[in-house]
Write a protein that binds this ligand. Sequence first.
Ligand code: GAR
Length: 222
Amino acid sequence: MREGKLKVGVLVSGSGSNLQALIDACAVPGHPAEIVLVISNRPGVRALDRAKTASIPAVVFDHKNYPDRASFDADMQKALDAADVEFICLAGFMRLLTTEFVEHWGGRMINIHPSLLPSFKGLNVQQRAIDAGARFSGCTVHFVTPEMDVGPIIQQAVVPIHQDDTGDTLAARILVQEHRIYPASLRWVAEGRVRVEGERVFLNDAVYPDTGLLNPSPEQAN
Ligand code: GAR
């Protein structure tokens, strides 16, 4: 077990409900991680208010003010270094990162994505899962690699897709599970229980449920 708490930077672009879940988890006494910096690429977003309320330093690097991704990432890197950040959580951060930045943080940056990867990478994934006729969707916490929405998976949660779902209702159902698995995954990482081997993640003392979930349920279809 490492000495002291893992210093975490959280990158956001919007509402910050996942940031809030991480803030709340880290506030539990004895939690092995602390959020030391929040960075947003958009000014005025709710995530910044959440950071302020929690007395966490927050900075905005408005991507519109940068000529290219490299200069934007370089400014983020400076801020992360100045805050002694050791580990990054992307929490609704809707900006592609340069390969250089991703490789610098290799094995030290995770993301949450609102689909069951490797299905439905990219944008508008809830509506795309509905349109594809999938019966289940969910969310994935994974290590970040240069290819978008690809990287060793730490944890997933599954939710059913209902026949009257819209993208928004499905997104809301998935978000509830995001707020469960993102803090859990960060805790495991900070506890040093996570090991990456190739594409796979191994977790010390993991519990693997052995249940199945059917959707629609045969019982209710009678
Ligand atoms: C979340 O659903 C997150 O999984 C998604 O954006 C939302 C942010 O919500 N992220 C992505 O789609 C990244 N590819 P939040 O700002 O309330 O946490």
